[in-house]
Design a protein around this ligand. Structure first.
Ligand SMILES: *Cc1c(COP(=O)(O)O)cnc(C)c1O
Length: 351
């Protein structure tokens, strides 16, 4: 840290992404990426003309991508804003709505919520999950605070229902309810249709997990037009060219390729269900997951031991050195062959 950094950032603990080691090739199951290639129809759209046009700025309104997302969800393009990964739309939302009002989120959830709150010096309320690692919406009622919920939650993989989300919206008429649906395509139900009824609801999604485009950095929010105007105001005050030209094209054509999307997500769901059962057969406790990962623990080994042993065996998973979830590891779904390797190695490690 230099002597020049503003004092208020002395205590800022940055988000720590899952490791991306280059020392050898791992079966990489630690950052919830997809094991599958991006849509070939989307990749085919990137040609020499696209490359040469990089000389010019990209469309600051991301029209092609925005329209494709609006079509997919049957909403108006005025209900959609696109960003550089969904982390960026989360940042814009915290910035836009978090000043002068507390923001409530779970103790065990996506790490960026607390990082953004610190970055922007926002007040927060941390609401513990239940003993079963569930969100009890009664804990959020009558708070008069903004609410941010990942649904499915990470790293637990557990969901709340659309009924519960509606209740949250109704009880927080004067607050923002933000639902982060990074994993919704793996068996959850999207709250997007509710934005027509609830003017305070923001639904956030990403192309990083279910659309196989983590490295293209594409995220978006769907909400009432006035909310989108707010978020556009923030976006245009920060970086109007936030979604680069290649990603606009890749995103638009990959969301149009519904067939491939369903093929990939259905495969992940199938692999997850089989893998969960195989873990249970090895006496793991496995939380029921609606995401592209499972969260599991074993009586005989600590979370850290499982993480280290798997790493020795060329498999990377995520361990969070945090209270309540110390015993667990989060394992992203790879191909079913990769998950068979994981089961074999775990079997040997347990012997
Ligand atoms: C992965 C993830 C994101 C962010 O994804 P981007 O790559 O920035 O789009 C947001 N929320 C949750 C809960 C995530 O797990």
């Amino acid at each position: 840290m230099s002597q020049f950094l503003s004092d208020k950032f002395n205590e800022l603990c940055a988000y720590v992404p899952g490791e991306q080691p280059q020392d050898k090739s791992y079966i990489k199951l630690n950052t919830n990426e997809s094991p599958f290639a991006p849509s070939s129809k989307a990749l085919a759209q990137i040609n020499n003309n696209t490359m040469e046009s990089l000389r010019l700025y990209n469309d600051p309104t991301s029209k092609v991508l925005t329209n494709a997302i609006a079509d997919y969800y049957n909403v108006s393009p005025r209900n959609v804003v696109t960003t550089n990964g969904s982390d960026e739309i989360l940042a814009f939302s915290f910035l836009a709505y978090g000043t002068g009002k507390k923001t409530a989120f779970a103790d065990i959830t996506y790490g960026f919520y607390s990082v953004f709150s610190k970055l922007y010096s926002l007040e927060t309320r941390v609401v513990p999950l239940t003993d079963e690692f569930e969100i009890d919406i009664n804990d959020y009622m009558n708070l008069n605070e903004n609410v941010v919920i990942a649904n499915p939650n990470a790293p637990t993989g557990k969901t709340i229902s659309l009924d519960e989300i509606e209740k949250l919206c109704i009880f927080h008429k004067n607050d923002i309810v933000l639902i982060d649906e990074a994993y919704v395509d793996f068996g959850g139900e999207s709250a997007v249709p509710l934005i027509k009824k609830h003017k305070n609801l923001i639904v956030v999604q990403t192309f990083s997990k279910s659309r196989n485009l983590a490295g293209a950095r594409i995220g978006f929010a769907v909400a009432d037009e006035q909310i989108i105007e707010d978020l556009q105001r923030i976006r245009n005050s920060f970086n109007p060219y936030n979604v680069n030209k290649l990603s606009q094209v890749l995103g638009a054509y990959s969301i149009k390729d519904k067939e491939y999307f369903l093929q990939c997500t259905n495969q992940i769901i199938k692999t997850r269900n089989e893998f969960s059962q195989n873990l249970k057969n090895l006496n793991f406790d496995v939380l029921p997951s609606k995401a592209n990962f499972v969260f599991a623990k074993h009586q005989k080994l600590s979370g850290e031991q499982i993480y280290l042993k798997l790493k020795e065996n060329g498999i990377l998973v995520r361990h969070f050195n945090k209270p309540r979830i110390n015993d667990f590891v989060r394992i992203t779904m790879g191909t079913s062959d990769e998950m068979d390797v994981v089961i074999n190695k775990l079997q040997k490690i347990l012997e």
